[in-house]
Write a protein that binds this ligand. Structure first.
Ligand SMILES: C[S@@+](CC[C@H](N)C(=O)[O-])C[C@H]1O[C@@H](n2cnc3c(N)ncnc32)[C@H](O)[C@@H]1O
Length: 191
């Protein structure tokens, strides 16, 4: 089993071995952001990779966006894409070591990138990072992969039981506006 540490992820980013990167902000996520009026909400995108959604948010006038990734190489590339304004803060480091609080946290292929043994720690950490009334939303794979992860898959029932340890689950539904190559294999989660 691979050790999914800084070295593993930084090598993948440095060598361009990033098949998860769809190259643009996912519509299911931008649609969700677009219906929120208050663009001063403090947003976190953990395990952000190329962080296409952060650039989208910046263009849409959101003012307080933090992206976190363990790979410095990824963040160096992101820095070159962002507009030079200060709305986006880049945090190079481990999500589990973050100490801050947020109104809104977005998930996309970060949960599935972690060793499944860390899933309940992920849920606990998300709950710690959110302010009272804060929301975690995003996309989770609802399929099991026939190869060794990452990505590591799962299913809706597993996620409901996992997230309900710390959250009230408002939505955990098959995603209707996935990108074509992920159609039918994602749930939209909002807790
Ligand atoms: C599968 S990629 C997804 C990237 C991005 N969310 C996307 O959808 O394109 C997983 C990302 O999580 C980052 N990562 C892995 N473990 C991490 C950790 N413990 N803390 C912060 N970032 C981490 C990796 O460097 C990688 O960029």
């Amino acid at each position: 089993m691979q050790i999914l540490d800084l070295n593993y992820w930084d090598t993948r980013h440095r060598t361009g071995d990033t098949p998860w990167d769809i190259g643009y902000a996912a519509p299911a996520l931008t649609d969700y952001f677009d219906q929120i009026e208050d663009r001063t909400l403090k947003v976190l995108i953990p395990g952000a990779g190329m962080a296409h959604e952060a650039l989208y948010l910046q263009q849409q006038g959101w003012t307080d966006i933090t992206i976190c990734d363990i790979s410095e190489s990824a963040l160096k590339k992101v820095e070159q894409q962002l507009m030079p304004e200060p709305q986006v803060r880049l945090v190079s480091g481990d999500f589990f070591a973050l100490e801050d609080s947020f109104d809104l946290i977005m998930e996309q292929t970060f949960f599935c990138a972690l060793d499944p043994a860390l899933r309940s720690r992920y849920v606990d950490k998300m709950a710690d990072l959110l302010v009272e009334g804060g929301k975690l939303f995003g996309l989770l794979f609802c399929k099991h992969f026939d190869h060794q992860g990452p990505p590591f898959g799962g299913d809706k029932n597993e996620y409901i039981s996992l997230f309900s340890n710390k959250f009230y689950i408002k939505t955990m539904e098959n995603c209707y506006n996935s990108i074509p190559q992920r159609a039918g294999s994602e749930v939209f989660s909002y807790v």
